[in-house]
Design a protein around this ligand. Structure first.
Ligand code: SF4
Length: 404
């Protein structure tokens, strides 16, 4: 790396920077101004509720920024301060929140992939550039290429994601195929899969839900593989994956932000299918499962389940539309009360119109008369792990501005 020794950087043995540069105090005011909300803090201090003008706001007891997101944001802001004159790149979105990513764009970060990329090619990276790796981690191949270039690499990968990598690598070393409950396109799962395939001969298969798992279980039970099945899973399986060969020893893991109850059910479905085919003794030897949902996801889901014991009149779930953990929070609230997933305050167009993403849907819709005029009215609020409290606070303020 260019001039790296003289710069006294906190570089790990593997050449990546994972610790801050001692600039936490220097960025504290900026982060507070951008992401902290006094109104949210007041509600939290008031036992997570606040009543005003007949409106009762109720906050889930766990919501918003998680430890991994905090670290990723801190490190990316510190990196800007530490390298004011260098070109800064992000391999993709640092986390799934539009406001945070836009801010990084404003700070001069250039994105190499994803919706914020503006045609920046990997080949344009030079050794003196600084490249930040997002909280989801990156593919091994991309990491190898960046190492080859010799640029400064700042790694914000969350420790909980690294935990999943270690799990699937262990499966791979021991000759188990990894079945990963996740979204095969999601950055985290793409990175996880690359940790499997770095082991020669190791394989993975990504299943999104119970319906997909049932199709895989059918193969395990019967040994019958249709061409259609192989086609449907082609993007979700490792290169060279054979349904008829690579499902005899299986280890289950999951993307950190999936619905935990579903992940547990999926592991049990696979285990049961192996027992049906080969018997309990074989399954005990050749099936492994490890719940790799992260604590932050689990706590936010548990808090929502608790809240839904007494559902509010409506629920606002706040977070990026591509945020997996936010989407799952919506799935948990939607059976209990009208649920509106919004990513930022401007989606609340007026008391009679809201633009939002319905649970499990791909496209945004506008719903009219979403905010009933009756009082009292209880509005529940939660936010995904990548949502700044400032966004929640602005949403509360907008609703209040209509009711004064
Ligand atoms: S949601 Fe979980 S895995 Fe993702 S950054 Fe937060 S703590 Fe880490």
């Amino acid at each position: 790396m260019t001039g790296i020794d003289s710069q006294n950087l906190p570089i790990s043995k593997d050449g990546l920077i994972r610790r801050g540069f001692g600039l936490k105090d220097a960025i504290a005011d900026e982060l507070d101004e951008l992401y902290v909300s006094d109104i949210v803090q007041r509600i939290r201090d008031n036992d997570y509720q606040w009543e005003v003008n007949g409106l009762r706001f109720r906050l889930a007891r766990e919501f918003g920024f998680c430890y991994g997101v905090d670290k990723a944001i801190d490190l990316s802001f510190e990196t800007r301060r530490r390298f004011p004159d260098r070109r800064l790149f992000l391999t993709n979105e640092i986390i799934h929140n539009p406001r945070v990513n836009h801010r990084l764009l404003e700070m001069g970060y250039q994105f190499l992939q994803g919706q914020y990329a503006a045609g920046n090619e990997l080949d344009s990276i030079r050794p003196e550039d600084v490249v930040v790796l997002p909280a989801f981690g990156i593919e091994q191949r991309l990491l190898a290429r960046l190492r080859q270039i010799g640029c400064i690499l700042v790694d914000t990968t969350c420790g909980s994601v690294v935990h999943v990598w270690k799990r699937v690598e262990r499966y791979a070393r021991e000759g188990f195929t990894s079945i990963i409950h996740g979204k095969w396109r999601h950055e985290e799962t793409v990175a996880t899969c690359s940790h499997v395939t770095q082991h020669p001969g190791a394989h993975y298969l990504v299943v999104f839900d119970k319906a997909e798992t049932e199709r895989v279980c059918d193969v395990i039970r019967t040994g019958r593989v249709s061409e259609q099945l192989a086609r449907d899973f082609v993007s979700a399986a490792s290169p060279g994956f054979r349904f008829d060969q690579h499902l005899s020893r299986i280890g289950v893991a999951n993307q950190t932000t999936m619905l935990s109850s579903e992940s547990l059910e999926i592991a049990e479905m696979v285990r049961q299918a192996m027992i049906d085919r080969h018997g309990a003794a074989y399954a005990a030897e050749n099936f492994r499962s490890f719940d790799t949902i992260c604590n932050a996801t689990q706590e936010r889901q548990d808090a929502i389940k608790e809240m839904m014991r007494q559902p509010p009149d409506l629920m606002l779930v706040i977070g990026g539309f591509n945020s997996s953990n936010t989407g799952h929070l919506c799935e948990l609230t939607a059976p209990h009360c009208p649920t509106y997933h919004v990513d930022d305050v401007q989606r609340l167009i007026s008391p009679t119109a809201i633009e939002h993403k319905p649970p499990m849907a791909h496209d945004l819709v506008v719903t009219h008369d979403w905010l009933p005029p009756r009082r009292p009215l209880e509005i529940g609020l939660t936010a995904g792990a990548s949502t700044p409290n400032r966004v929640i606070g602005e949403i509360i303020e907008r609703i209040l501005s209509w009711s004064s």
